[in-house]
Write a protein that binds this ligand. Structure first.
Ligand code: UGY
Ligand code: MN
Length: 253
């Protein structure tokens, strides 16, 4: 078949209450303190979101050096390996490792393998009376048990942060694994916002009243109250890692 690549085509769409970002339109950003790396701002407040999601590509010369201020940052290694210095401690990170950097903490990532890819979620921390801000945390997804979601053994959930077991956390990051053919049991419509990236597989996502084919590498933004549903297609599990705001009073009224 004669395949013509038209540069005027893209699968990325950005709507008022959701977005599907496929990476074909990425343009790099420069971030002060983060050197010799490629940074793509996938989701942020300019889009209407209340959090930020980045994709960062590193090499052996790269360094991500910074200090969190009013926002906490969750780092997840999608591919490759690197070193992390956090709170005087050095950790070796590999695919599936993650680090939660709470407010007011200094961090440095370096010594990355060529092509290491890092996902980040940033959220402004909302303090809660009677609780202090969470400590930093470094872990690997393989240490987190998979629990059955909505009584369907074909839907498995991993909570990478303590979220509802520790109200000092105001964000959750979960890995959601769908067996081939599995689907969300109903169209969710909720106050919480999501950002996600597909780690494996493919399927169809319903966002508001539209339906999108989704595959590994694609990212999605869902604003609060964006109706959402997913069904996994193909012969492999579909897996995504996603952000969610949690544990705070739902209104200022
Ligand atoms: O936690 C959630 O709200 C999750 N079930 N939503 C989603 O996967 N779109
Ligand atoms: Mn949801």
């Amino acid at each position: 078949m004669n395949k013509i690549n038209l540069t005027a085509l893209s699968n990325t769409i950005v709507e008022r209450d959701h977005a599907v970002i496929t990476g074909d339109g990425f343009v790099n950003s420069v971030v002060p303190g983060w050197t010799n790396c490629e940074v793509n701002v996938v989701i942020n407040e300019a889009m209407g979101a209340n959090f930020c999601q980045l994709l960062i590509t590193l090499n052996s010369q790269s360094q991500l050096k910074g200090k969190t201020q009013h926002s906490q940052i969750f780092f997840y290694i999608l591919e490759g390996s690197c070193d992390l210095y956090l709170n005087q401690n050095k950790s070796k990170l590999k695919k599936g490792s993650y680090a939660y950097v709470s407010i007011d903490q200094s961090y440095t990532f370096d010594k990355a393998a060529e092509g290491t890819r890092v996902l980040t979620f940033h959220k402004k921390y909302e303090p809660l009376e009677g609780h202090t801000s969470p400590e930093v945390l470094v872990n690997h997804e393989s240490n987190i048990e998979q629990t059955i979601y909505c009584e369907d053994p074909d839907l498995l959930m991993q909570n990478l942060l303590p979220d509802e077991n520790d109200l000092s956390f105001d964000m959750a990051v979960n890995i959601f694994t769908y067996s081939p053919g599995a689907n969300l049991p109903f169209v969710e419509t909720h106050i919480m916002e999501h950002g996600l990236i597909y780690l494996e597989g493919q399927g169809i996502y319903r966002l508001a009243d539209k339906w999108y084919p989704i595959k590994k590498g694609d990212s999605i933004w869902m604003a609060p109250y964006c109706p959402q549903w997913f069904g996994a297609l193909g012969k492999e599990p579909a897996v995504y890692i996603y952000y969610k705001n949690v544990n705070r009073f739902p209104t200022v009224i």
